[in-house]
Design a protein around this ligand. Sequence first.
Ligand code: BTN
Length: 245
Amino acid sequence: MSPDAPVIWHDEIDSTNEEAKRVAARGQFLDHWIAARRQSAGRGRLGRTWVSPPGNLYASALILVPGGIEYAIRLPFAAGLAVLDAAGQFAPQAALKLKWPNDVRSDGRKLSGILVESGSADHGVWAVVGIGVNIAEVPESAGQAATCMADLAPGRPLSAEDMLSALRISFSARYAQAMTDFPSLRADWCEHAEGRDAPMRAKIGSEEIEGLFDGLDPDGGLALRLHNGERRIIRAGDVELVRKV
Ligand code: BTN
């Protein structure tokens, strides 16, 4: 995806991911961004709501993925790194980390969430990379500890447009890396991963697994080294990782 990929801005929309999927359903795959100043029905992972007041960034990249679904699964990691790269330019002091599979956090507080959806059409596989970044405020009903750019870089006014300008460039670079050299993207992701220094607990349904972060599997699964030496790969979407207290 080019750093010059066009952006279509909406003052208000239900969800930029939904709009991108409507565009895809019409068979229009020109690589571009759909952004909104607010969303009336923003969606998060696992059916959650993404509360979307004005002032934060809501943007989705619509991409035709030439390699198909096995390449599309790389996109959440490319997007997480792209947000980390872009946010780090504005808030160099913030200790930004990536939480599997695709949150960007600072001191355990969520700055950004990413929702990647994909489908196929006659032309091939398309993907929608939906990115929400808290810029001006933390939505009251975020439902978890969260932060925003205004808190991470106080005294440095930043707009959603500024963030998207930086993100278009960083995403373009990380997208290219994901498509051509996934091992190096995984290595970069692991370098910034949360939980490298403490045991982690993964909750999968009613099962709880404790172990140490042991990298990313070639397909993007989270590897945990259990106390008995076993290496378990976590792939389920409803995994919650919590730092042990
Ligand atoms: C999550 O952490 O649960 C993912 C949140 C993804 C939110 C973004 S905002 C832009 C795009 N449009 C949506 O409805 N969702 C994504």
